[in-house]
Design a protein around this ligand. Structure first.
Ligand SMILES: [Mn+2]
Length: 452
């Protein structure tokens, strides 16, 4: 339920020289999948090659230009580097300042079809940040056809453009787009060349997850389930919300997650009714409900799973009624699902109707669907709110959340239950099914709490 900037602007050509940042470790989950034995962030380099090939098939008449993330220029303190999701999807490369060019028709005497531009190596800098892959090593390390220093980019680009009529890239959008460096760059090359947005094409590729991606997502779910178990065992009145946040983050990192896929939401009492509550500063009181909406990011794939806990270990009657209704809405959506036919919007309508038909009311007599104030779910993947068209039927290979919620501020009752599902040929597979969600199961889970 958090709105992240999932479609961050990709740069083409801007900031050709970036500082070098840590080159990420490779994972263990999907390493078997690579004939060459080489993986980048848990995905075989052959799979990255296939992704680039599939994109090139979609744009035979054009070229694709994508820029990776550069180092934050206005940040006082170095941040951990996270590659932009679109760039990561096509390359697995985590070197700041990289640029990818795909030329389906090929260019130059060798008819090269893919070029990765990397900042030249900087030995003095590497004393600080560790050895980096430079253009010389990139062909073997990353499985790209050709690698060149970013200093050669403009020169090469004019050769690539000789036979292409269309540039596919991430076209900046939003209020600041006209002032962006990306826009200025596009304008320079606009003469005689059409610029189109590559995002819809990439979003459709990213919507369907490969077996290797699913393995990483399952690991992210496993780690997130661990964190929920720790929360259920530790939670009691008199704790601060941030103590649970600390437990969650420790569990993520201890289990090999790179980071949280989004800031953990630990909302108790009145905060349980604030959808994107992230301050996590409140002292938890007896009788509170505590919404815990968390997701570990394993390699680049994030989980997103919410449970709502009674701080005292038992739901009150009213809390239990609301909780059961939310759970019922989730089950109604599950039951209505038909692979390859149902859309997210239809599921949403099923859940809404379920809430509307309940005899339960708010204090002022309204039906409770009026207090389900967000969408029922979303795709999950490289981004927590992953890309993909929501008007399309949910086909095998997509991974979604189903997360109904009811928020009653004047009763300090907020309940959200969120699980992750893989769509298969036969229906939904609930990836987070092993995390208790029935009210009595949650209470039993919490009853094993350690006493202090
Ligand atoms: Mn979510």
């Amino acid at each position: 339920m958090r709105r992240r900037l999932i479609l961050q602007i990709l740069i083409i050509g801007a900031a050709l020289v970036g500082l070098l940042a840590p080159f990420g470790s490779t994972g263990t989950v999907a390493q078997k999948a690579s004939p060459s034995g080489k993986t980048l962030a848990g995905i075989a380099i052959e799979e990255y090659q296939q992704r680039r090939e599939r994109l090139m098939e979609l744009v035979p008449e054009g070229i694709v230009l994508l820029s990776g993330k550069t180092e934050e220029e206005d940040s006082e303190v170095e941040q951990k580097f996270r590659q932009r999701s679109y760039f990561m999807y096509l390359t697995g490369v985590e070197i700041p300042g990289a640029i990818l060019a795909l030329i389906p028709k090929g260019y130059g005497p060798e008819k090269v079809r893919e070029v990765l531009f990397l900042p030249p190596r900087n030995p003095a800098r590497e004393r600080w940040t560790g050895p980096k892959v430079g253009p010389e090593e990139a062909v073997s390390e990353f499985g790209v056809q050709r690698a060149l220093p970013t200093t050669a980019f403009e020169n090469e680009l004019s050769k690539m453009l000789e036979r292409a009529q269309v540039i596919y890239t991430v076209v900046p959008s939003g209020p600041s787009a006209p002032f962006s460096r990306e826009r200025a760059f596009i304008e320079r090359f606009r003469q005689g060349v059409e610029v189109r947005d590559v995002r819809p094409l990439l979003a459709e590729l990213r919507r369907i997850k490969s077996p290797a991606e699913l393995a990483l997502l399952r690991e992210a779910v496993r780690i997130t389930a661990e964190a929920h178990r720790e929360v259920a065992r530790a939670l009691r009145p008199g704790m601060f919300e941030y103590e649970l946040e600390a437990l969650v983050m420790a569990t993520f990192l201890r289990n090999g997650a790179r980071r949280a896929g989004f800031p953990p939401i630990i909302g108790s009492g009145p905060n349980s009714t604030i959808l994107h509550y992230q301050a996590n500063r409140r002292l938890i009181a007896a009788g509170d409900l505590v919404v815990v909406d968390i997701g570990a990011e394993y390699e680049y794939y994030t989980a997103d799973i919410t449970r709502t806990y009674p701080a005292s270990g038992r739901f009150t009657d009213r809390q239990r009624q609301i909780y059961a209704l939310v759970l019922g809405a989730q089950k109604a959506a599950e039951a209505a699902f038909r692979p390859g036919q149902t859309t997210m919007r239809e599921l949403q309508e099923v859940a809404r109707r379920f809430l509307r038909e309940s005899p339960l009311r708010s204090r002022d007599g309204q039906t409770l669907d009026r207090f389900f104030i967000h969408g029922l779910g979303h795709y999950v993947g490289l981004d927590v709110h992953d890309v993909g068209d929501y008007s399309k039927p949910l086909v095998p290979g997509v991974v979604i959340t189903i997360e109904p919620g009811i928020y009653l501020p004047d009763e300090q009752i907020g309940v959200r239950i969120e699980d992750m599902y893989l769509v298969t040929e036969t229906g939904l597979v609930k990836l987070s099914a092993h995390i208790p969600s029935a009210p009595e199961e949650v209470e039993r889970w919490m009853a094993r709490r350690t006493t202090r």
